[in-house]
Design a protein around this ligand. Structure first.
Ligand SMILES: [Zn+2]
Length: 448
């Protein structure tokens, strides 16, 4: 039996994840305050002329009265081990700025900049600091740059020190620890909001949608009162969470039915009985993130004026939303007509056919082989429609079925020792999930 791989994430999906993550990162690192005002002391001398003076311990390095020290600068005081006689200032790279511009602003000579950057491999990266990056500069009593500290990441810090008129650098690594954490939510508006409110990050919410995407149509099936619980790992440095990681176990309860998934050590997801979460068909060919209304899907009726059973599911989402192949198969037709607009039909095997109508663009040709999750086109409003949407049909032996409730082929299951090991792991993780959940459940009962 082939090992079930993680669901394939289409490119746009990745782009969105990246975009959202970058946006979050930007929001986190965006300078929230104005740059600290230039201190009255020390005056920064041109170092090309005075490179022999040693750092002095003198009263001069103490901030004088009237010296403004805002919070950003005070933060430096807590920097362990680096607190010495130097006068420290903290800077954030501003828009349109680089280290050269920053140094110029501070009054450090181009020669010093040159020597600093060319110190070694580590210091080269100083040339490509980005907006929001922090840099701390320590000046000696004569105002000469003696030390530079630049946090590369939450766990890595570059420290450049002047030693005998030359710079030396080292990277300080902090220990990254990991721990389990937990999130749970009951849905009140939609799945995305519930996930973010439960303090999952964007990637985790999207992962949750992917892990359960073969069982639940997150775009249309979730209702108010549905809920989920998630056990995940997170990384810490100095006791502070620096990133949230993989979902280790999760349950989603939708309209009375509970689905469970547990991650194997190698990163695949199975249910508590060792059955793969991945199945032959996705419940929805559209990422839930795009679909406009989760609870009240607007049914767009054909504009023929005739009363006719609506034999498909309509997903209302912005024009250009990527449409995925629900399963592996061969494109039996990729074409255009006045009713369907741009359409793609996929034959998955003798039994199953799926149809995708009203697309703006088609990315596949007739007779082309497609894999589950492949982007076959983008959502549009071509053909006879009252507004842009995807009309999706699921046919079993030529008969239309509701793709969200139809019984689908069983997924593959683990067996033998692999299965026994997995069941043991799953038990542990689900037990942990329960443990986390217990105090909350108690609170809920007491409230009643
Ligand atoms: Zn329709």
């Amino acid at each position: 039996m082939p090992i079930i791989k993680n669901p394939k994430i289409p490119l746009l999906h990745k782009v969105i994840i990246t975009a959202i993550s970058s946006l979050l990162v930007l929001l986190i690192i965006w300078p929230s305050e104005k740059e600290p005002p230039l201190p009255v002391t020390p005056s920064v001398l041109d170092e090309t002329e005075n490179t022999s003076s040693l750092p002095q311990q003198s009263q001069d390095t103490q901030p004088k009265e009237g010296d403004t020290q805002d919070d950003e600068e005070k933060k430096e005081i807590t920097y362990k081990g680096k607190l010495n006689s130097l006068n420290w200032r903290l800077f954030k790279i501003k828009s349109g700025e680089n280290l050269a511009i920053l140094f110029d602003r501070v009054g450090i000579s181009p020669t010093t900049l040159h020597n600093l950057i060319l110190t070694d491999e580590h210091t080269k990266d100083l040339a490509s600091l980005k907006i929001g990056d922090e840099i701390q500069l320590g000046f000696d009593g004569s105002g000469k740059l003696s030390q530079l500290i630049q946090p590369i990441s939450a766990s890595k810090t570059l420290i450049v020190t002047r030693e005998n008129n030359k710079f030396e650098s080292k990277i300080e690594n902090k220990k990254v620890e990991s721990q389990l954490n937990f999130a749970t939510a009951t849905i009140t508006s939609n799945f995305w909001n519930a996930g973010i409110k439960a303090e999952l990050n964007a990637n985790q919410v999207l992962s949750l949608g992917t892990i359960f995407g073969w069982d639940i149509d997150f775009a249309l099936d979730l209702r108010k009162g549905d809920s989920f619980s998630v056990l995940y790992e997170e990384s810490l440095v100095d006791g502070v969470v620096i990133s949230k990681g993989h979902i280790l176990a999760a349950t989603v309860t939708s309209q009375g039915e509970t689905f469970t998934a547990v991650r194997t050590k190698s990163g695949q997801y199975y249910d508590e009985n060792g059955r793969a979460m991945r199945k032959a068909f996705l419940r929805s060919p559209v990422n839930f993130r795009y679909v406009s209304s989760n609870f009240n899907p607007k049914r767009l009726h054909p504009v023929t004026g005739k009363i006719k059973a609506h034999k498909g599911t309509d997903y209302v989402a912005p024009v250009g939303t990527p449409i995925w192949a629900a399963g592996d198969g061969v494109v039996s037709e990729s074409g255009f007509n006045q009713y369907n607009g741009n359409y793609v039909f996929i034959r998955h095997n003798k039994t199953y056919v799926t149809k995708y109508l009203h697309l703006t663009k088609r990315f596949v040709k007739t007779n082309e082989r497609v894999k589950q999750g492949d982007k076959i086109g983008t959502l549009g409003g071509t053909g006879r429609v009252t507004g842009p949407h995807l009309h999706y049909e699921f046919l079993v032996n030529g008969v239309h079925k509701n793709p969200r409730t139809v019984q689908l082929p069983q997924s593959q299951s683990l067996s033998g020792e692999t299965k026994r090991n997995f069941i043991a792991l799953a038990k542990q993780r689900l037990e942990k999930l329960k443990e986390f959940n217990a105090p909350l459940a108690k609170v809920a009962t007491e409230k009643k």
